[in-house]
Every structure is written in structure tokens, then in C-alpha cells.
Design a protein around this ligand. Structure first.
Ligand SMILES: Cc1cc2nc3c(=O)[nH]c(=O)nc-3n(C[C@H](O)[C@H](O)[C@H](O)COP(=O)(O)OP(=O)(O)OC[C@H]3O[C@@H](n4cnc5c(N)ncnc54)[C@H](O)[C@@H]3O)c2cc1C
Length: 407
């Protein structure tokens, strides 16, 4: 039997960031991952995330930002429009006094950069290709049975194991969920015209299509959310048919668009665990909540969860207190639930507002969006939220943070 301070289940962006934040505290940490170790050969821009400035600051503190940025593209403008009306809004980094509104980053590169920081540390151990047989909790410990024969006894267990979290289901933490009745088609595409580092999103009647700039001037990543029947039709098209449908859906904003790799579809579901903790087990990131990708906020939200949890654990250790105390874990849950609930509600308003073709609603959103576009103060408030420059941020993610850690 192995005794450790913290077991983290899941070596995705959230699990690895948490390990990197906790490692300097000299806690013994084990990360359990069912898949393989992060792999340079998988860095292909097949799956990307728009990271905001709060996430960038957090990853910079960990020394992981430089390798992530090397294969990321900054976006300096954002253009959003409605295919069905004159509604249009645009945001510009220069008006906000920042170099970029965010960065389109390769998901695997994020994992790789964090793993490279962690894998040589003596107090952080990894178990890849690992299978969890059971989780049992007592008042003071959590016992994990891995790979049939290994037993791991931890003071705290963190479920960072994504949308279908086995930690969440093993602990019978109740889940609220609804189907967005959409699938997201994800692919890398080549564009006839240069993207000029503009992130674009058009709201179509059955869902948004995002064109996210990649490091090459004429390459973007698409996230095309649409009804499942439409997604099935699109995926059944031959390459030429798909390219034509995609170019038409984009209003030819970047000229003719062509697939660069095979598109993949992801079912979109809102999930929200109504309790994120039980005894010495706590959930973070997608294990606790998942939202529609239309505002590109899911990973940002998860990274702020782990930064918040790490901040409270650090504070408790500095104060000579038990970092597994219920009071502390409840504080984490309250803090982050408030942020997650706000985003879930906002995604619902966007999704419902834009997928409704009622003439009156179309007029209201066109007038609302175009009016908002002319109000710099209101636009700055909205963009500050999207940039991760407002809200109740963990210290390490705040602008001009004075707090530094190194791994
Ligand atoms: C189409 C799409 C586009 C998106 N775009 C954006 C965007 O632009 N910006 C943004 O911020 N967010 C975006 N997101 C959301 C973002 O991808 C997720 O929020 C983020 O990847 C979640 O990270 P995570 O570490 O919580 O979970 P994951 O990345 O899912 O990692 C969980 C890890 O746990 C492991 N695991 C699972 N079960 C077990 C088990 N039983 N035992 C051991 N290991 C286990 C998995 O193998 C995995 O490695 C998007 C999501 C989708 C679907």
C-alpha cells in the first residue's frame, strides 16, 4: 500500500495544472490517467482551445506558457455576426489596451508543456494507462484500487477526469444535465484568404460556426455546432461537398474553405454536478461542469477551478492548517460554483437567443448587438469578462499578479 497526500484522477489540462500548482508545496502527489502520456506526435491542432488572458497568466506562472505559445496563434480581433440579420459586433485588442484578446492553443501541447514541467519532480508520480477498480472513502482517507493489485491511500482525492467522470459517479455526486441538441464538428481547414489573426463566429439558424486562427496565415480550426441530423449529413458528404457547405455557412468570409484533416463530431451536453465534494473527494473542471463551446470558456473555467483549489490549499498549509478540512473544500465549491453557474446561464441565453428564427426575436438581437457594438463602455465590460480580466479570479490569474510560483 502506498500513502500519498493527494491523488489526482485525470491528466488533462485541469489535472496537470493542479499537480503543477501543488508540487512546490512538497506534497506527495500521484496522477492517475487512463490514457497514455502526452505525446508530441499528437500536437496537430486537431483539438484546440481558445485560452483567455487569465489562463495565460496562470500557465506563465508555471513556466508552461512559452512552449504552449510556440504552437499557438494570438487573436487580436473578434468578429461575431448573425447569418440571418444585420446583427454584428466586433472586438479589438488595441481598444482594450492588450496585445491579444486570447490565444488558440493545441490541447495536446498544453498537456505536454505541463507534463514536461512535472515528470522529473520527485514528489509527483504518474500512472498512465491506469485502470481504477474501486474508490472507497473513510473519514480521513480515500482508498483507490488501481490496476487490480495496487492500493493507494490518499488524504485528498481530486476528480479531474472529464465529462464522464468516474470519480463523480463512484461518489454518487448528483448531476444535472441537458442535451444542447447539437454536435460540434471540429477540423483544421485551409482558407483562401489570410485570417489576419481574427477569431470569427457566425450564428447560423441551427448553431454557431467558429473560425479560429491557427499559426499559419491561411489555416483555421473550425467548431461548427449544429443539430445532430445536420452533423450526420455533413459528415456523410464527400470532401468537396463538405468544403462547399462550409464555405457557404461561413458567408465566404475567408474565401473558399478546404478541409485539412478529417472532421470529428462531439456531442454537446451541459453537465453540472450539484455537489462537487464528498468527504475527502472533490471535483474540478469538466468533471464538475461542462458548457457549450460557443464562447470558448470551458477549459478557462476549469483552469480557474484548479487555481482556486490550489490557492486555498496553499493558504491552509501556510497557516499550519489541515488542507483537507471540510470548511476549506466547501469554500472552494462555493467560490467556483458561482462562476460556473454564471457561465452556464450565459451560454443558455446565447444558444437559445441565436437559434430562434422568430422575426421579432431576430430584430431584437440585431438591434441589441448592433447597438452594443456602438457602446464602447458596454463592449469593454463584456470583453473584460471574456478576457478573464474581471470576476472573482484566483490570485495567480489576476492581471499584474504579484504572486509567483515556480515548479
Ligand atoms: C468542440 C469543443 C471545443 C472547445 N473549445 C474550447 C475553447 O475554445 N476554449 C475553452 O476554454 N474550452 C473549450 N472546450 C472545453 C475544453 O475542451 C474542456 O473544458 C477541457 O478540455 C476540460 O479539461 P479537463 O482536464 O477537465 O478534462 P479532459 O481534458 O477531458 O481530461 C480528463 C482526463 O481524465 C482522463 N480520465 C477519464 N476517466 C478516467 C479514469 N477513470 N481514470 C483515469 N483517467 C481518466 C482522460 O483520459 C483525460 O485525460 C471545448 C470543448 C469542445 C467539446
Amino acid at each position: 500500500m502506498q500513502n500519498v497526500d493527494i491523488t489526482i484522477v485525470g491528466a488533462g489540462s485541469a489535472g496537470l495544472t493542479l499537480a503543477a500548482l501543488l508540487a512546490p508545496l512538497n506534497l506527495s502527489i500521484v496522477v492517475l490517467e487512463q490514457g497514455s502520456a502526452p505525446d508530441l506526435s499528437k500536437v496537430s491542432h486537431q483539438r484546440v482551445s481558445a485560452l483567455n488572458l487569465a489562463s495565460q497568466r496562470l500557465l506563465s506562472h508555471l513556466g508552461a506558457w512559452e512552449p504552449i505559445a510556440a504552437s499557438a496563434a494570438p487573436y487580436t480581433q473578434m468578429q461575431v455576426w448573425d447569418s440571418d440579420s444585420f446583427a454584428r459586433i466586433a472586438f479589438d485588442a488595441s481598444s482594450e489596451g492588450v496585445a491579444a484578446l486570447g490565444y488558440i492553443c493545441d490541447n495536446e501541447q498544453i498537456r505536454l508543456a505541463l507534463y514536461q514541467q512535472l515528470h522529473k519532480l520527485p514528489n509527483v508520480k504518474f500512472e498512465f494507462n491506469c485502470s481504477i477498480k474501486s474508490l472507497v472513502q473513510s473519514e480521513r482517507e480515500v482508498l483507490v484500487n488501481i490496476n487490480q493489485q495496487q492500493l493507494l491511500l490518499s488524504r485528498l482525492l481530486v476528480g479531474a477526469d472529464g465529462i464522464n467522470s468516474m470519480v463523480r459517479s463512484s461518489m454518487q455526486l448528483p448531476l444535472t444535465h441537458w442535451d444542447y441538441e447539437q454536435q460540434a464538428i471540429v477540423a483544421t481547414i485551409n482558407t483562401a484568404e489570410a485570417h489576419n489573426n481574427v477569431a470569427r463566429q457566425v450564428f447560423l439558424p441551427d448553431g454557431p460556426l467558429a473560425l479560429l486562427p491557427l499559426p499559419q496565415a491561411k489555416q483555421c480550426s473550425i467548431v461548427w455546432s449544429c443539430k445532430p441530423e445536420r452533423a450526420a449529413q455533413l459528415l456523410a458528404l464527400d470532401e468537396q461537398g463538405f468544403n462547399q457547405a462550409l464555405t457557404a455557412a461561413s458567408n465566404s468570409v475567408l474565401g473558399v474553405l478546404q478541409l485539412h484533416n478529417q472532421p470529428k463530431a462531439f456531442a454537446l451536453t451541459m453537465r453540472y454536478a450539484s455537489s462537487w465534494l464528498q468527504g475527502r473527494t472533490v471535483l474540478v473542471a469538466d468533471a464538475a461542469h461542462s458548457i457549450h463551446p460557443l464562447a470558448g470558456q470551458g477549459m478557462n473555467l476549469g483552469l480557474m477551478d484548479v487555481a482556486a483549489l490550489a490557492e486555498l490549499i496553499t493558504q491552509a498549509i501556510e497557516d499550519g492548517q489541515d488542507f483537507c478540512e471540510q470548511r476549506l473544500l466547501r469554500q472552494y465549491e462555493r467560490w467556483r460554483k458561482a462562476e460556473a453557474q454564471t457561465l452556464i446561464a450565459a451560454m443558455e441565453v446565447f444558444k437559445r437567443g441565436f437559434s430562434n428564427s422568430q422575426p421579432l426575436l431576430k430584430l431584437v438581437r440585431a438591434v441589441g448587438m448592433t447597438g452594443m457594438n456602438k457602446l464602447p463602455w458596454l463592449k469593454s465590460q463584456i470583453i473584460a469578462q471574456a478576457l478573464g480580466n474581471s470576476g472573482d479570479l484566483p490570485k495567480l490569474a489576476r492581471p499584474a499578479s504579484r504572486y509567483k510560483v515556480s515548479v
